[in-house]
Design a protein around this ligand. Structure first.
Ligand code: UD1
Ligand code: UDP
Length: 372
């Protein structure tokens, strides 16, 4: 047991906050001296999640700047996280996934010989530029990490092939399902807010709902133009309603608002708080998205996802027939959407290939059951 050790959970963006919330609360329960650090690589999107889960950071580096470059953000994280490490004698840092926050904090921790645990480890496309820069962020974090929490057996095998010691890997399932379990429980008790009320005034929920998101850097420019053209085409079907919470990245905002404003059944809205987004996901007939987290969540509700990417590190969903890789090709997106829309929605509560909702407990037990 190492309960007198200082554990630092580090997050920066919306998905990291969602997926690390259950891990953070499990660590708090465990008796370890646990602190939460946010880089605030995202500000608004992160704060939405902190508010919902009632998480108060012990350290807030408040680093986001408009249209930040990867290098500027990286250098600021590297400098500021070091002060936290020095002042608070951190023994173990937990980072998540494939963001700049994760890879740079893992590097900073390594430089101080602080142990690094990587949650959502081992996902790979082995394509350096897709997703960009996430594939390399995740690989680099994996090289720097001492402990690897793989969401699936495939992820574990990737790490094993790369020479990672087997006793440092644990297959846990994805913590996103832990978060979803909590959120679904809240929704099941009846959930309402002004955003939902406003949506109900604008959107006919008796029609087929298509939920759309997009934010990947490799899709900026031509890719996003093509996705928007596909959405225009799909919206010509008067039996559908599209709801598109638009990511705050200016590269996304510009093209989406230029191309899709003023279509009567395309509803462009600000990024939704997490429970509201899941509330809509449950009602959706189809999702069109390049998001990692969305690919993992949708199978729980049996909602098919057209993945607007050419490769995915989440192959389990594709193999299980939950998601379909369509890239950014207009014709491919439209044809597959029409095919899915022509079927009645199959409901619900499906087995999710990404986890069973107990990942966070497995992560904390891993540390409790060994000396480190
Ligand atoms: C980041 C992650 C990506 C993750 C995504 C989740 C990296 C390199 N990218 O991408 O892996 O999938 O988050 O959404 O780590 N912005 C705001 N307010 C916010 C958030 C973003 O205004 O709350 C704008 C800012 O202008 C910011 C820009 O979006 O500079 C880009 O944010 P950044 O975190 O660099 O990249 P994302 O595309 O959001
Ligand atoms: N999400 C949200 N509000 C939105 C869009 C997405 O709460 O308007 C949630 C979604 O449920 C998922 C996560 O944000 O858990 C995915 O984040 P994003 O797509 O930004 O990043 P990725 O998963 O691709 O890294």
């Amino acid at each position: 047991m190492s309960e007198n050790k200082n554990v630092l959970i580090c997050i920066g963006t919306r998905p990291e906050a969602i997926k690390m919330a259950p891990v953070y609360f499990e660590f708090l329960k465990s008796g370890y001296n646990t602190k939460l650090c946010v880089t605030a690589q995202h500000r608004d999107l992160l704060d939405q999640v902190l508010h919902f889960f009632k998480m108060t950071p012990d350290f807030d580096l408040d680093l986001m700047t408009p249209n930040q470059t990867l290098n500027k953000l990286s250098s600021r994280i590297l400098e500021d996280i070091d002060k936290v490490f020095i002042e608070h004698k951190i023994d173990l840092v937990l980072v998540h996934g494939d963001t700049t926050t994760s890879s740079i904090i893992a590097l900073a921790a390594f430089n101080r010989k602080i142990k690094v645990a990587h949650v959502e480890a081992g996902l790979r496309t082995y394509n350096k530029y897709s997703p960009f820069p996430e594939e390399m962020n995740r690989q680099l974090t994996g090289r720097l990490a001492d402990f690897h929490f793989a969401p699936s057996e495939t992820a574990k095998q990737n790490l094993k092939k790369e020479g990672v010691a087997l006793n440092s890997i644990l297959v846990t399932g994805n913590t996103v399902i832990d978060a979803l379990k909590v959120t679904s429980g809240i929704l099941d008790k009846g959930f309402n807010n002004t955003v939902i009320q406003n949506l109900k005034e604008k959107v006919n929920f008796n029609k087929k709902i298509i939920l759309v998101t997009g934010h990947r850097r490799e899709n900026f420019g031509e890719g996003f133009e093509s996705i928007c053209n596909a959405l225009v085409e799909i919206s010509k079907d008067e039996n559908v309603e599209l709801i598109f919470p638009v990511h705050l990245n200016p590269n996304v905002q510009e093209v989406v608002y230029n191309r899709l404003s003023n279509l009567p059944n395309v509803h462009l809205v600000a990024p939704l708080d997490y429970p509201t987004f899941i509330w809509i996901m449950k009602k959706a007939h189809l999702i069109i998205s390049d998001s990692g987290g969305v690919q993992e969540e949708a199978p729980t509700f049996g909602v098919p996802v057209l993945v607007t990417r050419t490769v995915t590190e989440r192959q389990e969903g594709v193999a299980a027939g939950c998601s379909f890789l369509v890239g950014t090709n207009q014709e491919k997106i439209v044809n597959k959407a029409k095919e899915i829309l022509s079927h009645t929605k199959e409901n619900n509560n499906n087995l999710n290939p990404y986890g069973d909702g107990n990942a966070s407990k497995k992560i904390v037990d891993f540390f409790k059951n060994r000396t480190w």
